[in-house]
Design a protein around this ligand. Structure first.
Ligand code: 6GU
Length: 368
């Protein structure tokens, strides 16, 4: 992958990019990282890159012509590259964004300074805006380093063990804790299952720890991390609803879509459709899904309805997975509030799913 950083502080990057896995990735030719000095594109003896803001006020604003020349040169040199502006106003950079960017042939990172770049650059010349979190840095350079590090480690071959990239934090919530010898250190012992040598026990312990820790330390990620073990089930959807819920299942990375239909002809037709599980009755299917939780997004008010946050925790806490059902709830089912009329357009269900699985939005890949 070709990465170019455009900056007025080229020296900022030298040592960081030469060290560790980043340095190795560059040496092995897995990532070619170039630092481009923005001043190269500035005219005049002083190579001025900024000017006073229109409307007055403190600070200087980086000039659009200089940035345009640098970005256009980058697009010529790295055809098809994705051009990102680093700004605290950008979409929050996440591990999912790192995986997305790692699939690009090229990446151009434009480091502005905090006072800003002429707005027309961000509006017309770049493909996206990235921020690394809700705090203000003096410039985009430290953010660019963080982005480069996270993207490069996703490139095939950079981290020796591909499995390690997949099992690290955020691919599926937080990572399980690790221990090495000695088995007892200052009276603190290594959890028993890890010493047992039973691979199945170790795997189960690690999965349970990862879920428990995600719930405890990052409850905001709990439902998100549970998406791959969550099924969405709907009863007798019309074509529009079916298309909408299928798109939601893909967008949020849910495990599957199940369609409940009492009509044999409809079931036969639905079975032709790829990626849809077709079932005759929820009760019958639920017996097969034994051990999983069933959560009904309520279509009528009922006792014990869960708030959004409670529902997210409920989903996150279930190691064996959850089926979210939209339709008339069977007696005794867990209910998520608020309630809607099942006959209403499923917009409210989609909004509910977005609140539970679509946050933080940037980590969910493409919006739908
Ligand atoms: Cl990308 N730039 C600056 N200046 N501050 C930030 C940031 C970027 N991300 C978080 N804070």
């Amino acid at each position: 992958m070709n990465i170019r950083v455009i900056t007025i502080f080229p020296d900022f990057f030298a040592s960081c990019l030469g060290e560790g896995l980043l340095g190795k990735a560059a040496a092995n030719g897995l990532a070619r990282i170039e630092i481009d000095n923005l001043r190269r594109y500035a005219a005049g003896k002083h190579r001025t890159v900024d000017d006073a803001p229109y409307g007055g006020g403190p600070g200087m604003v980086m000039k659009p012509d200089v940035w345009a020349a640098a970005i256009e040169q980058a697009r010529r040199d790295l055809p098809g590259a994705r051009v990102a502006l680093l700004t605290p106003q950008g979409e929050t950079f996440t591990d999912a964004a790192a995986r997305r960017l790692a699939r690009e042939a090229g990446l151009v990172l434009c480091c502005g300074r905090y006072e800003g770049i002429d707005e027309r650059v961000g509006e017309h010349l770049v493909d996206e805006w990235l921020s690394i979190g809700d705090y203000v840095l003096t410039g985009g350079e430290p953010a660019a380093l963080a982005v480069i590090d996270a993207v490069v480690r996703q490139l095939p071959g950079v981290v020796g063990c591909a499995e390690s990239v997949d099992t690290d934090s955020f691919t599926a919530g937080l990572k399980y804790p690790q221990y090495t010898r000695p088995p007892i250190f200052r009276g603190w012992s290594v959890p028993e299952p890890l010493l047992s040598g039973h691979h199945a026990d170790i795997k189960a312990w690690r999965e349970a720890e990862a879920v428990a820790r995600t719930n405890r330390l990052r409850p905001d990620l709990a439902a998100l991390a549970a998406a791959p073990r969550t099924r969405l089930a709907v009863r007798e959807p019309d074509d529009w609803t079916l298309a909408a819920v299928a798109a939601a299942v893909r967008a949020y990375g849910l495990r599957e879509l199940a369609v409940v239909s009492g009509d044999a002809a409809r079931r036969a037709a639905l079975r032709e459709q790829a990626g849809v599980r077709v079932v005759r009755s929820l009760a019958e299917a639920a017996r097969k899904w034994d051990g999983e939780r069933l959560l009904c997004v309520a279509t009528q008010p009922g006792p014990g309805q869960m708030s959004l946050a409670q529902a997210a925790t409920f989903i996150g806490e279930a190691p064996a997975g959850t089926t979210i059902f939209w339709g008339d709830p069977p007696p005794g089912a867990s209910l998520a509030a608020p309630c809607w009329d099942e006959s209403a357009a499923p917009a409210a269900l989609l909004a509910w799913l977005d609140r539970v699985f679509g946050w933080p939005r940037a980590s969910r890949g493409q919006p739908f």
